[in-house]
Design a protein around this ligand. Structure first.
Ligand SMILES: [Zn+2]
Length: 99
């Protein structure tokens, strides 16, 4: 699998470190909503299909990337700088929301 780093170009996945689910939204630091904090810390999506992920180019420029990857085919449809990530492009979960 290749990940195209915006700075370094296409590189083997072995140069990257998976940093986790890119769908999490950190609650307001002043929030005392324990359910929202619990969801932020422990809940993760594990879809069979398109997933927003955070990767770090640990063996290169060390930048953090927001990657949209199909977990079934490993096809990568989008790579952006994580600092520009903002709102995920797919399957955002509403942490702390009551069902
Ligand atoms: Zn890089």
């Amino acid at each position: 699998m290749l990940i195209t780093c915006p700075y370094c170009g296409p590189r083997d996945v072995s140069e990257f470190a998976y940093q986790g689910d890119g769908n999490r939204t950190r609650p307001d630091p002043a929030s005392t909503d324990s359910e929202a904090w619990n969801a932020y810390v422990y809940d993760r999506l594990n879809p069979a299909g398109i997933h927003n992920e955070i990767w770090q180019h640990a063996g290169g420029c060390r930048v953090h990337l927001a990657v949209v990857r199909d977990t079934l085919t490993h096809e990568i449809s989008s790579v952006r700088f994580a600092r520009e990530h903002g709102t995920p492009t797919h399957s955002r979960r509403n942490h702390g929301a009551k069902a």
